[in-house]
Design a protein around this ligand. Sequence first.
Ligand SMILES: [Zn+2]
Length: 277
Amino acid sequence: MKLPEWSKGVTLAVCAATVVACAANPVTGRRQLMLVSESSAISSSAQAYTQMMAPLEQEGRINRDKALRDRINLMTGKLVAQAIRYRPETKDWKWEVKIIDDPKTVNAFCMAGGKMAVYTGLIEQIKPTDDELAQVMGHEIAHALSSHTVEKMSIALATNIAVTAIAVTSDRPGVALTGAALAAALAIQLPNSRTAETEADRIGIELAARAGYNPYAAVTLWEKMGKASGAGESKFDWLSTHPAPARRQETLAELAPKMMPYYESREKRPVFPLKSN
Ligand SMILES: [Zn+2]
């Protein structure tokens, strides 16, 4: 049977779309929806990060407390050094972390390409130990390393972006993000799948242990999060974007002893020099 001329174009388009749309996770090998390449997700994320931070800088809402900045820079610097061992090409990412003054928001994120932020609500309300905070940031970095942010950006682009665009821009009228930068900003606001959560839990706890942070803190962190979220009127954005996979705490408790050799290793813990903020 001879196919009509137009069908060739359609088939080609579908093939091209399939090639681009499905890519293996660089860390786990799982097939993921990838409508954008990781490199374009990285540049869009950097653009979104700059646009998100600019009004916060103007409003004086980027925290300048030296002790807190030193704490966060050292911790994330140790985690990033381990992330680079996982995926050596990420040494070229423009890793950066900022602390956002927002005591009501319990959140932290790491975008594609390593642009990170921690909200003061997470520090003040959860009161995490260094070991626990390292689990949060290790988990966030794990999402970025595993291209979960690229996957979510693809979902943002594939679904009705216009509706969500209104939601985002009406919340912050000063921020007018468009196109790919908007999708990058949305990507950190969309919930991760439970599969992605399980991947980030496993990779995050290992990154943290290799960076010198106690793996059992992953268990206590989630306990604290659960308890604190029941009280007060704060926005627990972190819990809403990180849905609990089945048996999260039990799985982490099973992983913890396996991570102890990394934690107890006497190997020197390298620190990646983060861009000063
Ligand atoms: Zn997560």
